[in-house]
Ligand binder design. Structure first.
Ligand code: WQD
Length: 339
């Protein structure tokens, strides 16, 4: 049986995707350097699906070590999550982001040539749309005017993949542009726990809820939106993970290059998410309205018709489901995967 190679497979989205791949009958091999995740995640995956995926603790940029992975397995498709992903950190250390994110992607593509692997799914981001020109966003909208080095790495890797697809008649490439992933596995045994103070909204909310953090600051209450706060497309991480299973299946039909938005198609404001979290979990979240965060766009939500039309995929879980699942994870794991 061939295997799906998942780079970054012990990360937040990666681990949820590994669970859904195994549930769908695929055999998975994980490569992760554990720079932003814990080995404990493997135990959680095994507890959920009853299978422990093969694991290699290596950096994707270590070509010699990666050759071992390809020699020891029969890789039919790669899902490439591994990469640095903090918008703020990328502004401070842009070269580290370009080197790591582009370097790891290029190494993978070179190994695909060496080992005749034809299929790759890439973890891209709505951030490639920069400041959107219209709502909801469709895949043919302009990309590239990114607002951070992190966004630029995603955009530039997309360009490399598009050229790779053009120059390889047997290549099948799925570029998946995520909107805002939130939520956790229903078991409450896997979820998001960023290193340090969370940049993203939902982990900040859950850490206030569990008492690790004192008060949520809502970045800006004077935007031109119904309640004055920014609007995003929050997608449940399990829906997002299932979208990757659909993409792997899609590549089996040799489509060449395909690009999909993975979101819900619905915009939700910061205050709407906070209120949904309070209602779903019957609790109060301590928050204050503060200054706008530089670089934030007012609105950002997806048109996901293409993913449904071409893959039959759509998000089915609600904001309420995600708020319940996020809290269920956080209250059972107040310190994330720390022993
Ligand atoms: C969402 C909204 C904030 C924290 C980023 C990346 C994107 C993707 C998802 C990787 C905004 C507000 C947040 C807080 C707040 N990551 N907020 N208080 O910025 O939409 O997207 O994460 O692919 O690439 O850009 O997500 O969760 O940081 O912010 O008010 O403490 O919540 O201002 O309006 P964002 P976010």
């Amino acid at each position: 049986m061939s295997q799906i190679l998942v780079t970054g497979g012990t990360g937040y989205i990666g681990s949820h995707t590994v669970v859904e791949l195994i549930k769908a009958g695929y055999e998975v091999v994980i490569v992760d350097n554990l720079s932003n995740s814990k080995l404990e995640v493997l135990n959680r995956i095994e507890a959920i699906v009853g299978v422990r995926p093969k694991f290699y603790q290596i950096s994707v940029q270590d070509k010699e070590a990666m050759r071992k992975v390809f020699e020891e397995n029969d890789i039919s498709c790669i899902i490439h999550f591994a990469g640095l992903k903090s918008v703020g950190e990328s502004v401070l250390y842009p070269v580290k982001y370009y080197s790591n994110n582009l370097g790891s992607s290029i190494t993978l593509l070179e190994l695909m040539d060496e080992y005749h692997v034809h299929n790759i799914v890439f973890s891209s981001s709505a951030t490639v749309y920069g400041t959107p020109t219209r709502m909801p966003i469709v895949e043919t909208d302009p990309i590239g005017n990114c607002t951070s080095p992190y966004g630029n790495t995603k955009f530039q890797i997309e360009c490399i993949l598009m050229d790779f697809a053009k120059s390889h008649k047997d290549a099948n490439v799925a570029i998946l542009r995520y909107f805002n992933p939130i939520g956790a596995h229903e078991s409450g045994t896997m979820g998001e726990y960023p290193t340090g103070i969370p940049n993203n909204l939902m982990p900040y909310i859950t850490q206030v809820a569990v008492g690790t953090l004192e008060c949520l600051t809502v970045f800006g209450g004077d935007y031109p939106t119904p309640d004055g706060t920014c609007i995003r497309d929050y997608i449940h991480v399990v829906d997002l993970a299932i979208g990757h299973v659909y993409a792997v299946h899609k590549l089996e039909s040799n489509p060449g290059l395909v690009i999909y938005n993975l979101g819900t198609g619905k915009g939700t404001s910061v205050l709407e998410l906070v209120n949904a979290f309070q209602d779903a979990n019957n609790m109060k979240i301590n928050y204050r309205i503060g200054d706008r965060r530089p670089g934030d766009v007012v609105e950002n939500y997806a048109n996901c018709d293409k993913a449904y039309k071409e893959m039959g995929w759509k998000a089915t879980r609600t904001i309420y489901d995600a708020c319940k699942d996020s809290w269920n994870w956080q209250k059972k794991n107040p310190h994330g995967y720390e022993e």
